[in-house]
Write a protein that binds this ligand. Structure first.
Ligand code: SER
Length: 590
């Protein structure tokens, strides 16, 4: 079965069960999704992601049964790309019940689709259900339904939150619940252990039905979700490997033309480099088409990193001519009928790729030469030189080092980077002529936002956390999780706390810390997608020690140097911004 047939069959099957087909959303989450979500993610990471407002109770114009094929991008497994099953970009087939059908229908349809439509061998299907813990009971209904459709007892496994809960582990606030996963036995004659979640050589996970019935609060407690939803997700590429009996996702029809092109261009074929090139170029094409351009921050940085890694692995394959634009055409051709906007953006995609290729290529050759010259481990200074002189993202240096069994002094690198950033900041301030004495208005608003975030938590409780923020030169706007309208007293109290902190003229510090340590000392704020272990936190307090600071948040800045720069702080409006979300507008005056 081809990928085209699989997409069609899936949509049609659920359409026949009263689902409305909705189009794939962009890889860039909309502002509405960002505001409704309890944590910020840079990209659409699952089919359910664009639907968060509707899973939280908003009514959907297409009704309560939805189905689609969604473009997704996940970078957490980027280091795994190159093996048989991992991708950054992928497509997810999903069907949803927004407070409509529940476990029995969802499981029965999953089974019918796999066996009747895809003709999978029912004897090779294994499933897992949630075993139960202190937060939620054993998922008896899912278990019983699997028995009812004909899955034998010894094909049903019970696992805890680490396997049968979505989002995995359930440590973050937001809608969640137990799930039931479906696996396919790739090698029924094998004598290897029958434990689907632990034996990924033999069992491939093909589908996940999530039963969202809880909302996890910031304090770790669970409350029933306003409406019970079903969220299912099937990885298109993984299912294709099963259907096409392919040894890896790269040998399914969505990748074959590109892999062939890569093979044709090299006499030094290596599976893993070719797969990295194929995966990353495909992701880059879709990202550019959705409006991302290479840069040094956030989404643009991820794109830059994907492109630069593609170039490096192509150079390992000794593909030297400019190839990115050529490869992008193969990707676009593969998907032109499914995502016609790729064709529309073909020129832009090509230009962006060529520009980035040009920028990085010359530097790469020189940089590699310099890298080879380093004997022993790599110091922070050496890593920094590669970054500054040759545009090597630190991860690239780390990857090269790993190949050669060398270590990189990441701590020292971060320190040098910080000094460099401060230096360029002060240089650019100097060029503005005198203005540098007064910190930038947006930075002052930004610092005021941090103070207010903490003041809200002081006054209302630690369930308060940011769901969105927007700053202009005239005001700040801040969205946060809280169930009730703020009283006048509460508003006055928050203002008072913030103004007190401003009067104390507390210094604002910045530190790069390993994510785990930042979490440990209680840094709050929006999750930032990251590659290394280090995250930036800004903290506000007398002492240099972030542990005892008044406010500490994950953040990219910029900020005022000290709170005194902010000026008088005033809340001008408080209103609802959706269910369980409040919005505050505030101004500052010098
Ligand atoms: N959200 C779930 C997943 O990503 C099911 O769609 O696995």
């Amino acid at each position: 079965m081809t990928s085209v047939e699989l997409r069609q069959k899936y949509l049609k099957f659920f359409q026949g069960r009263d689902h409305k087909i909705i189009p794939s959303a962009s890889l860039i989450p909309s502002e509405e999704v960002e505001l409704a979500g309890t944590e910020r993610v840079l990209f659409t990471t699952a089919g359910m992601h664009p639907l968060i407002p509707y899973l939280m109770g908003k009514s959907h114009s297409e009704g309560t049964r939805l189905v689609n094929v969604q473009k997704c991008l996940r970078t957490d497994d980027i280091d795994e790309v190159g093996d048989a099953v991992h991708n950054t970009f992928f497509e997810m087939l999903g069907n949803w019940s927004l407070g409509d059908y529940w476990k029995e229908e969802a499981i029965t349809w999953s089974y019918e689709f796999m066996v009747n439509e895809l003709k999978l061998d029912s004897k090779r299907i294994y499933v897992s259900v949630f075993a139960g813990d202190n937060d939620a009971p054993f998922d008896q209904q899912s278990y019983d339904t699997w028995i009812k459709v004909g899955i034998p007892e010894d094909h049903i496994f019970k696992y805890g939150k680490e396997d049968n809960w979505w989002p995995t582990g359930g440590e973050k606030p937001g809608p969640q619940g137990p799930d039931t996963e479906m696996f396919y036995d790739l090698d029924p004659r094998s004598k290897s252990p029958i434990d689907p979640s632990a034996n990924s050589q033999r069992f491939v996970e093909i589908w996940n039905d999530v039963f969202m019935e809880y909302e996890r609060q910031a304090d770790g407690s669970y409350t029933p979700l306003k409406q019970r939803n079903v969220d299912t997700g099937m990885g298109l590429e993984r299912m294709l490997t099963v259907l096409q009996k392919a040894p890896s996702i790269y040998e399914t029809d969505v990748f074959l033309p590109l892999m062939k092109k890569i093979e044709d261009m090299t006499d030094f074929f290596s599976d893993s480099s070719a797969r990295i090139v194929a995966d990353h170029i495909r992701a880059a094409v879709f990202l550019i088409s959705d409006g991302v351009s290479p840069s040094n921050v956030e989404r643009g940085y991820i794109l830059r990193r994907l492109i630069r890694r593609t170039i490096r692995h192509a150079s390992l394959l000794k593909i030297d001519q400019n190839f990115l634009s050529e490869f992008s055409k193969v990707v676009i051709k593969t998907y032109e009928n499914i995502y016609p906007d790729l064709v529309e953006h073909q020129q832009l995609i090509s230009t962006e790729l060529q520009k980035e290729e040009q920028k990085f290529k010359n530097a790469l050759a020189q940089g590699l030469k310099n890298f080879e010259k380093i004997s022993g481990n790599i110091s922070g200074q050496q890593a920094f030189d590669l970054y500054q002189n040759f545009g090597f993202p630190i991860e690239l240096t780390a990857e090269l080092a790993k190949e050669k069994n060398k270590k990189v002094d990441l701590n020292d690198f971060e320190k040098l980077l910080k000094v460099h950033q401060n230096l360029s900041k002060s240089q650019s301030q100097k060029t503005k002529g005198g203005l540098a004495v007064q910190s930038d208005i947006a930075a002052r608003y930004h610092t005021a936002t941090h103070l207010m975030h903490q003041a809200l938590r002081d006054e209302l409780g630690s369930h308060v956390h940011q769901t969105g923020s927007h700053i202009t030169n005239e005001r700040l706007r801040f969205d946060f999780s809280h169930d009730a309208k703020l009283t006048d007293q509460q508003i006055q109290k928050v203002e008072k706390i913030v103004n007190e902190k401003i009067k104390k003229n507390l210094p604002v510090h910045k530190k790069s810390l390993p994510k785990e340590i930042a979490d440990e000392i209680g840094a709050i704020g929006l999750f930032r997608e990251k590659y290394g272990d280090l995250v930036n936190i800004y903290y506000i307090g007398e002492s240099d020690d972030p542990k005892i600071a008044y406010s500490k948040e994950f953040c990219g800045g910029p900020h005022a140097k000290s709170t005194g720069e902010i000026g008088d702080f005033k809340i001008i409006k408080e209103e609802s911004a959706g269910s369980g979300i409040r919005r505050i507008y505030a101004t500052i005056k010098s």
